[in-house]
Design a protein around this ligand. Sequence first.
Ligand SMILES: *[C@@H]1O[C@H](CO)[C@@H](O)[C@H](O)[C@H]1NC(C)=O
Length: 335
Amino acid sequence: MSQQQISLPAKLINGGLAGIVGVTCVFPIDLAKTRLQNQRQGQQVYKSMMDCLVKTVRSEGYFGMYRGAAVNLTLVTPEKAIKLAANDFFRHHLSKDGKGLTVFKEMLAGCGAGMCQVVITTPMEMLKIQLQDAGRLAAQQRKPGILAPTKLNPTNAVLSRSYTVVPSSPGTVSATQIAKDLLLKEGIRGLYKGLGATLMRDVPFSIVYFPLFANLNSLGKPSPEGAAPFYWSFVAGCAAGSTAAVVVNPCDVVKTRLQSLNKGANEETYSGVIDCVSKILRKEGPSAFLKGAGCRALVIAPLFGIAQVMYFVGVGEFILGLLQDPQSCVEISPQ
Ligand SMILES: *[C@@H]1O[C@H](CO)[C@@H](O)[C@H](O)[C@H]1NC(C)=O
């Protein structure tokens, strides 16, 4: 499964398809993650991931679990394109003799790719989070005992009003509308709220993921020179991915909190990463940084696993082959 030999267009197809299949499979867990991370002590609407999913289906229907999924479905391919191109660029410049990279250099290339990728990831997360969290805010307002009106961040009040007018029907605002509002009222900066937190999450992710994957993967090698069997790399990728996701979860909590524009009753606002970290520590204790960690592990493992299978099967190469020479499928398929 040497990545170097696959062409960039084929990688793009593999990555894009993996993203689309992945989003379809795990988006509901991603939604539960966002909602659990945004809950404050004492006013929990959801007890657990399952509880969140059940309540979401009950009050918002099956498609309620997919609120915000359109953002991922449309942007996952450009996001992967940037990441793959950047990763290739860094790998190429880090390898002198065209041979394989050391784990350390793989990690550096991963960090570099992560830094380029945030250009798309941050606005993506920004829009996704507003859509995912709307249902929680609506549920919180309906909950007896929490009767205070939704408090809006004063700086966002104007912006937020447009999509909190009807909190009981959170299915009315589209991602494009939110993006337009943000651009109009805050300019490009509005879309890049939480950029720092996103970097703080995605760069350390690579630092944990690459060495961990390399070590786990080499445990399955029959000889020091040989390659680990596919199933082994698959499990190693999922395990390394989920571990890295849990390790950087505190940054993900901070990011989710910073990017959530609409706040529920008694939910404090934050002016930046440091303010957010200290307020969470003070009001909710260190354990709050683990909110949604289980969900994140459950989201990342299938996303990685599906991507690995796409590369292994060579879906991208197959599709490109069909495009270049439609006759060839007759010869390829019986293999
Ligand atoms: C949606 O996209 C964001 C931004 O890249 C990512 O963090 C998240 O894991 C994606 N969710 C799913 C279910 O693919």
